[in-house]
Write a protein that binds this ligand. Structure first.
Ligand code: GLA
Length: 727
């Protein structure tokens, strides 16, 4: 059993194959955190020390004992008003306006299998793969109860955490802040690794020492955001890709979030992951519950590379769902960079014909096919096919596309409305905006109030009507602005931002249930909602609107810390690149895009004969490598923010096959040779590099490295396939 409770000393121990998590109910009923890290025998209660600390208060029940203070002790779910002055996991405002919730232990339950969360995405697993621990805490005055949930996935080294807050009292209370995970460390120096960015340049790597004070990242944008991704790593100072202790905290949520890391007065570190407290104030009537989205915890003493492999497996096997979870994804061509808004039915059929000839599987009709949508200033919300523009019905168009031998996919942006639309003219109150104030516009559009069921249902019907017109096999679900001036005419104001996200999930759940065979790709101006929450519904997400191969290696590098390559939408686009003006070779663009869910974003008409031949080869190559890239273990072999080159690799789980990919980022006269040290191979095995036929020991490739050729030319890219050979 992965979960054990020792009655004798009231210690809970959660064990995975390599890690251990321990906590204890103490004599006052507080739930204290004891240890999280590498698996080690015994109890860690001895780590708790008690000294009289000035200005750190003592709970009343401690009587004369001044050495007991929650301001110093490590806790599982710290709340405000209890004498702990560090950042809180939970803030409750009681009906009398006071802010206090003194949570004490009230019982536990251990269950087979992994808990689920109503209305929210969550890690899932079979009864054989996971166990659940529920710990009940209670405040004896307000009668607020908190059910802490722990999911333990033994083989994956994953522990998930969530919390359900229940108002068991007579009076309404308000949840002002709620995290799902708190990690308290009694000692150690940590860096926080986070992923910041902006539109078209998402998830840049940042490593910041956690100093005295507080360091935080988050989103107030309604989506998880381009600016900060809801996943962080706490790494011990000396932790690298290959060595050292590191802890991941990944939020399974697609809206506002807050992650705080704080070093306190005694050098202890606290890290919290949860909902952002700004714009959030959730009223709970008597007997009502509030569910905090889940955080996926994982730790490794073998460095960041191992941590990433574990997150990738967890997301691939225990979060992504549906038919496409483990099956090959169609190689698609998307009309956006090929034609933007300037297309008609013939353009789409033209793309389909070319796609078929080149060996692609699908054509995707992006923005511009509905309502009055000649540009991005109008039409959102009017989900009716613009047959005049297409020159035919959608059914006819899909049939024609299918007749060329390729599948058909379509773009939608259900959460949005243009002021210049029939929907807005009929239902202006369906858009999120504050009465009496002019709304903030983003891309000249407003956001629909998806916290309201009738709004969602209306759009859902329209979208289903579109999908029912023919054989649609893929949807790109976009979201092209941040939420801003928050108000809902139906929902209490402090709830809107959370209920909005649950509304999106509700829509997606209904959609995926009704159309289980349609592949969904998430998108939010590229990677503005690239998170584990969305991956529960959309097994792939358009990683960035930036398709420049050189920028992409950096974006995909940051993305790879938590997310598997199978989830990374990546396309080859035309040069000069539309976002940067840079020109990388077709080979380089292909090598970079192949490390993802592969496709094209260009006009084949403009390609030369040679380029077309190269693309045919590229697609064959992608299909040959796809299984390895999507299901193998992925390793970063360089840091493209610092090094001359970007290098990464995928290794099959049995280590029989590996693909090494390299992009040269810097080239100089009389160039030095770069040796790339590979990872994840079998040390004693012999591997053949399939291009040259040369053979190497796995150990040699990992310890001494593989020399990357020195060739003239900017941004050259290489792929080397290695296969294990019999000794
Ligand atoms: C967003 C997406 C693009 C494209 C446009 C269409 O920016 O990220 O890929 O779909 O919207 O308007």
């Amino acid at each position: 059993m992965a979960i054990i409770f020792q009655e004798r000393n009231r210690i809970f121990t959660l064990t995975t194959e390599h890690t251990l998590y321990q906590m204890k109910v103490d004599d006052f009923g507080f739930l204290l955190h004891l240890y999280y890290g590498k698996k080690a025998p015994g109890d860690f209660e001895y780590l708790l020390t008690y000294y009289d600390r000035g200005f750190s208060g003592n709970p009343y029940d401690a009587g004369e004992d001044r050495t007991y203070s929650l301001d110093v002790l490590p806790q599982e779910y710290p709340g405000i008003g209890t004498g702990d002055y560090r950042s809180s996991a939970l803030i409750i405002r009681n009906h009398d306006g006071t802010q206090c919730c003194d949570l004490r232990y009230a019982g536990y339950e251990i269950k087979k299998g992994k808990y689920g969360l109503p209305g929210l995405p969550a890690v899932y697993a079979s009864d054989e793969e996971a166990d659940t621990l529920e710990i009940l805490l209670k405040d004896s005055v307000s009668h607020v109860r908190v059910k802490l949930l722990y999911g333990v996935l033994w083989k994956e080294d994953i522990i998930t955490r969530s919390a359900v807050i229940i108002n068991g009292g007579e009076y309404p209370v308000t949840v002002e802040k709620a995290a799902s995970a708190c990690l308290d460390f009694l000692s150690g120096e940590y860096d926080m690794i986070s992923f910041y960015g902006r539109h078209a340049m998402e998830r840049s790597f940042q490593r910041t020492p956690i100093a005295h004070g507080s360091f935080g990242i988050g989103s107030r944008r309604g989506a998880s955001s381009h600016q900060y991704n809801p996943g962080v790593v706490l790494a011990e100072k000396d932790a690298t890709e290959d060595h050292g202790m590191c802890y991941g905290m990944l939020f399974v949520y697609s809206g506002n979030f807050m992650c705080e890391a704080e070093k306190d007065q005694y050098g202890q570190t606290r890290a919290l992951m949860g909902l952002h407290s700004d714009l959030f104030s959730y009223p709970l009537e008597k007997e009502k519950e509030f569910v905090v989205p889940e955080t996926i915890l994982c730790c490794s003493d073998s460095g960041l590379g191992d941590l990433s492999v574990k997150y990738h497996r967890c997301i691939r096997e225990h979060l992504c769902r549906g038919r496409y979870r483990n099956s090959p994804r169609p190689v698609l061509i998307n009309s956006w960079e090929a034609a933007y808004f300037d297309f008609n039915g013939e353009t789409v059929c033209g793309l389909a014909k070319e796609a078929a000839e080149l060996g692609m599987d699908m054509v995707v009709m992006d923005d511009g096919w509905f309502g009055k949508r000649g540009d991005d200033n109008s039409g959102l919300g009017d989900w009716h096919v613009n047959e005049e523009k297409l020159g035919c019905t959608l059914s006819e168009l899909i049939r024609k596309v299918n007749d060329t031998g390729v599948k058909f996919g379509i773009w939608i942006e259900p959460e949005m409305v243009s002021e210049d639309s029939n929907l807005y003219r009929e239902h202006p109150d369906w858009a999120i905006q504050i009465p009496g104030r002019a709304p903030v516009r983003g891309r000249n559009q407003l956001v629909l109030d998806f916290s309201r069921e009738e709004v969602r249902d209306y759009i859902y019907e329209l979208i289903c009507d579109i999908l029912d017109q023919g054989n649609v096999e893929y949807i790109k679900w976009d979201m092209n602005r941040s939420l801003s001036d928050i108000y809902s005419s139906k929902t209490s104001q402090g709830k809107v931002i959370y209920d909005y996200v649950l509304g999106v999930y509700d829509f997606l759940e209904k959609l995926t249930n009704r159309y289980p065979d349609i592949l969904l790709e998430g998108c939010c101006g590229g990677g503005g909602r690239f998170d584990a929450g969305m991956m529960y519904y959309t097994p792939q997400i358009w990683c960035s609107d930036n398709t420049d191969a050189v920028d992409r290696v950096r974006i995909q590098y940051g993305t790879s810390f938590f997310y598997p390559m199978s989830a990374v939408g990546a396309h080859v686009s035309a040069v000069p690149n539309h976002q940067t003006g840079r020109s990388a070779s077709l080979n380089t663009r292909g090598v970079v895009a192949m490390t993802g869910a592969f496709g094209y974003e260009l006009s084949p008409e403009k390609l030369t004969k040679e380029e077309k031949e190269e693309i045919k080869k590229q697609i064959r190559q992608y299909k040959y490598y796809e299984g390895l890239i999507h299901t193998g273990d992925y390793y970063r072999l360089s840091n493209p923010f610092q090094d001359n080159l970007a290098a990464w690799m995928s290794v099959s789980e049995d280590a029989d096959r590996a693909l090494l990919s390299v992009v040269m980022l810097e080239i100089h006269g009389n160039m030095t040779v770069n040796y790339v040290k590979m990872k994840g191979l079998e040390a004693d095995a012999i591997y053949e590099e399939m291009g040259s036929g040369k053979r190497y020991y796995g150990m040699a490739l990992m310890e001494a490295g593989f020399p990357v050729p020195v060739e003239m030319g900017e941004y050259r890219a290489y792929q080397f396939e290695f296969q294990r050979k019999k000794l």
